[in-house]
Design a protein around this ligand. Structure first.
Ligand code: SAM
Length: 182
């Protein structure tokens, strides 16, 4: 595993009330996720967004929680065990350069994860493969790890694959973009 990848022992910094105050998952994701959708939480980490994605997708929807690290997936598993959300979430372990996901999705979230991916072009191509026509990928990158120049390069890579790029929700100081498969 590359040293860029956020280790599971730091997951507390990704899943706490302070973050929820500044980055409310329901507010961020409600414009993208409707009841009955199949959605992907790519690089789900400890599941800060996963549970709210399952709530928004509703009983007829589905969330694929995907991550490189078993420890992260286990954290999410423990959170939903015995709850009504358990049956709405499918857990998937990725390889670093291969998502391995084949199910088609309406929406994918890549929150604070694209800068950890070794081959972004391959990553965006694999996500495009599983997005339904008109499906969207919301990319959010952190301010310190990712400069404006890096982010512009990332978006150019996605554009070269045919994604339409639109500005993402305003979440200063994070960098956001919506990538649409047309
Ligand atoms: C900084 S954490 C963010 C977690 C979550 N998205 C959040 O915002 O709380 C990045 C996560 O992406 C995962 N990750 C990094 N590279 C990945 C890859 N190539 N495929 C799947 N998951 C990856 C890491 O294991 C880690 O759990």
């Amino acid at each position: 595993m590359s040293s860029k990848v956020c280790p599971a022992y730091l997951s507390g910094s990704l899943d706490n009330r302070i973050r929820r105050f500044f980055q409310n998952p329901q507010k961020i994701l409600a414009p993208f996720i409707k009841e009955g959708m199949t959605v992907l939480d790519m690089g789900c980490g400890p599941g800060f967004f996963t549970l709210d994605m399952a709530l928004l997708a509703g009983p007829s929807g589905k969330v694929i929680a995907a991550d490189l690290q078993d420890e992260m997936l286990d954290k999410v598993r423990r959170k939903v065990k015995g709850t009504e959300l358990e049956t709405r979430i499918i857990f998937h372990k990725c390889e670093q350069t291969k998502t391995g996901i084949t199910e088609k999705v309406d929406f994918a979230l890549a929150f604070y994860m694209v800068h950890e991916v070794p081959d972004r072009l391959a990553f965006f191509a694999q996500i495009k493969e599983i997005l339904k026509p008109g499906g969207t990928l919301l990319v959010v990158e952190p301010p310190f790890h990712v400069s404006s120049k890096d982010f512009a390069e990332t978006l150019n890579e996605a554009r070269s694959l045919g994604y339409e790029i639109q500005p993402g929700p305003k979440m200063f100081p994070d960098k956001t973009a919506i990538l649409i498969k047309n």
